[in-house]
Structure formats: C-alpha cells, structure tokens
Design a protein around this ligand. Sequence first.
Ligand code: KG4
Ligand code: ZN
Length: 354
Amino acid sequence: MNLLAIETSCDETAAAVLRDGRELLSSVIFSQGEIHGPFGGIVPELACRRHIQVISPLVRGALEKAGLSLSELDAVAVTAGPGLIGALLVGVSFAKGLAYGLGIPLVAVNHLEGHLWAVSLNEEAVPPFVALVVSGGHTQIYHVRGLGDYEILGGTLDDAAGEAFDKVARVLGLGFPGGPVIERAALQGDPAKYPLPRGLDSRQTLDFSFSGLKTAVIRQVRKAYPDLAMGDSLEKIPPSETKDRFVADMAAGFQESVVGALVERTTSAAVAAGVSTIVLSGGVASNQRLRSRLVEMAQPHGIRVLVPEPVYCTDNAAMIAWVGYRYFQRGEFARWDLNPRARMPIGYGKGSRT
Ligand code: KG4
Ligand code: ZN
C-alpha cells in the first residue's frame, strides 16, 4: 500500500511516500527560509506563490526517489489545516486533483496531529503519553490516549514558543528563522547575566505566556542601546565584542526562560496524568537545550522522553503520511469538496475526516 502525502501549511513545501504505514520510501522538503528571511517572518502571499511553483516538481521528485509511478499510488494524504489558508489551498487542491484523477482515496490530516505522531517515524510512540507540540504557530500540551483521542492540557495565551524565538532573534539582529540562530548565539552566553521573567507561575497553570518575556528582552536592548530608534533591531549597531557578548547573554537568558517554562509544565502534566512517556515535537523540539533539560527533569519521575530526529521536528510530509495511513486504514476518507481551514481544532473531523 503506497501513500503519497503532501504538506503546504506554512513555508515548507513537502511530499513523502510511505509504504504500508511504516517504510518511508521518500521524504522531500523545499524550504522557503531564504525568501522570507529579509522580512523577518513569513509573508503569506510569497509562501503561496512558491508552493504553486514547486509542488508539481517536488511531488514528481518524491515519486522518483521512491521508485514509483503515479499508477502505483493507493491513496493521497494532505494537510487540511491549521495553517496559512492560501498555502493550505495549494496542497489541498493539488492533492484533490491528483487523487480524483487517479481514482484513489483522499485523506485529510491535521497538521498538529502530524507533529504529535512524528516521533513514530523513528520509534513508535505507544499511548497513553503526554505530548508537547512547540512550533512557530503552536505551543500546546496534549494528553494522547490514542489516534484521534486528545485532550488539551495547556497552551499559550499569546505567542507560540517558536514565534517568540523568531521575534527575539529579529530584535537581536540575528535573522530568521530565530530558533537555530538563538540556540547558536546562546552557546557563548551567560543565561544569568540578564534575569528575564518566566511568564506564568508553572505551579498554578499549564498555560504559557511568552509576550512579557519578549517585551523584557526589548526593554533590556533599549537600556543597553538607548540611541536605537523605536522598532529598530541590533542589526543597526556596528559589530563589536561588547555587542556580541550582549547578544549571546540575551539569547542564553531568553532560551533558558522559554525552555524552563516548557519543561516545567510538560513534566508536571505528565506526572499528573500518570504517563510514563513524554513526546516532544514541532520545530522548537530541535532545540538541544530543550531536549536535554526535558530529559533531565523527566528522568527522576521514571518518565522517558521521545523526540523525533530534527528533520521530522520541523514541517515535513512524512509525519502527514504516518497519520494519513492510519486514518486510511480506518476508512476515514475526505470528501471531494474538502476545504482547508486556517484554524482547525485537533479533534476536528473525527469519524469522517472531511
Ligand atoms: O514546526 P515548524 O517547522 O513550523 C510550524 O509549524 O510553525 O516550526 C518552525 C519554528 C520557527 O519558529 C523556528 O524558529 C523554530 O521552529 N525552531 C527552533 C529551532 N529550530 C527551529 N526554535 C528553537 N530552537 C531551534 N533549534
Ligand atoms: Zn508545523
């Protein structure tokens, strides 16, 4: 059984072919990082245009790599939401046309559900477990009881963790996407040099708030560089050793604060739920500090931490294929009038997947 999956919810165009729900024959990703970099964030209109340009050759590439022709496909799975509506439309329209033309089923997949199960591409996650999904658009803790059976235990009240990384990187003049550059800068920094707030009290709530932290970083930047114009980033300040040190210390302090908030809540959620596994996923899960702190904190409770390899942490179609295959097996196909949705709760479409 060969399933082709397509993912276009944000700034990555991706396609993958999965055989029998387990054997990944190919997984290809076209990243638009360099297109959006100069803007310090994703420009939806540019993302859509690039998806349109690359989707066809990308799918062809995924099939070639898998050594398959179109006629050997048995189903097409596609991310139907949440995400940028225009970007989603490209993938959904393409997948619909392809599946309809080939006369094979179409399966709609929730992007977050893809992240939730991504680790299974490396090592199958067996429910029940607690999952932390941390990406550029989402920061949520789930209690996973089975496929399609999820309870949201906590989430962000404002910015997603990845979004906070991106915004702070911009202020520090480090570029986009922010996560990897902050992580690199933080290696040289002292996290205790500029104490930053942790947001909400993790003993009281499993929810997050990162906007205060971002404001605190901006305040420290203004204090250190009072001549900087409103809205300008440290990019405007000429390079110097003092600046490098300041940026490294801020990056380290910021990362420590975000990681602390994520790790404390996820561990308490897992302890309270009585599970023995925590699954970490989403773009921010490629952060080494987050991975190691979570393991350190969970271990004393006898909880093991599963993390996908970095390529399956960020957006990819392999995770969509993994979930898509399981709904295919249940016979939960999408209808031909499937429409993508910018907002889509994780349990959406249960039973019908339309
Ligand atoms: O899952 P993803 O590829 O796309 C979304 O669905 O949003 O996540 C992208 C986010 C970006 O905000 C990026 O800055 C963040 O993941 N990210 C990281 C790291 N690598 C990527 N954040 C922290 N540390 C990293 N190493
Ligand atoms: Zn994502």
